[in-house]
Design a protein around this ligand. Sequence first.
Ligand SMILES: Nc1ncnc2c1ncn2[C@@H]1O[C@H](COP(=O)(O)OP(=O)(O)OP(=O)(O)O)[C@@H](O)[C@H]1O
Ligand SMILES: [Mg+2]
Length: 256
Amino acid sequence: MSKTKVIAIANQKGGVGKTTTAINLAACLGDLGVKVLVIDLDPQANATSGLGMPKEEGKSLYQALLNDKIKTKKLIQKTQYRNVDIITSELDLAGAEIEVARTEGCLDKFKTVLEPITEKGKYKFIFVDCPPSLGVLTMNALNGCDSMLLPIQCEYYALEGLSTISKLAEKFNNIEIEGILMTMYDQRTNLASAVEAEVRNFFGEKVYKTLIPRNVRLSEAPSHGQPIIAYDDYCLGAKAYRDFAEEFADKYGIKY
Ligand SMILES: Nc1ncnc2c1ncn2[C@@H]1O[C@H](COP(=O)(O)OP(=O)(O)OP(=O)(O)O)[C@@H](O)[C@H]1O
Ligand SMILES: [Mg+2]
């Protein structure tokens, strides 16, 4: 078994589709037969509820980050979705970030607590849903991941945010950019296609071919605790995330 690849889904900008991408890429890859783990690293716990999981105190990765005695493996739970496991987040964790920041070697914590899992190679990929900030939790994820996947919303300020985070990636021993996914694409607007052209021009091959359209069903699914392919497999959003998962899997030569 090969080592697990850890991919941080990050963008310090809020509401760009990080969580939607984490949930749906995981579910679609799972459905293709690829074993994945989602780590919800955001105190908002949207990936947790979006995958139909309760926010239980004591079940999040923070426990392992703050307490050496807690084994990361013990925090992993199964979701109802095929091949998708999760480490949930929990409510009320505004303080956790500060606590982690106070510990010694605080930026290496994430990497350390994940090692026992990645070495075993049980999962092909671990997707880390990062909070919309560049605080200690996101920094930990960037420091401990193999690559980062950047969702961006096709709007005017998209590039500004991206260049900040890609500069940051360089600082962290040159983390590879896994890819850039354009989300909430509204094909009726000229702006969306102008932003798309600009992003493709700037990041070239790193930009996925698949575009995720703006689709109401995608915004409804989380309140039912379901990935889009469980909520409405026939909508455009489901098709887009299925296409994206296939594009993603193809890059790794995964057969499905
Ligand atoms: N393609 C889409 N079409 C329509 N709505 C979408 C789409 N993608 C995401 N949304 C909705 O937009 C909002 C923001 O998306 P999401 O939570 O995935 O972003 P985020 O980057 O994780 O946000 P945050 O920074 O707060 O963690 C959510 O209400 C989500 O349901
Ligand atoms: Mg989110």
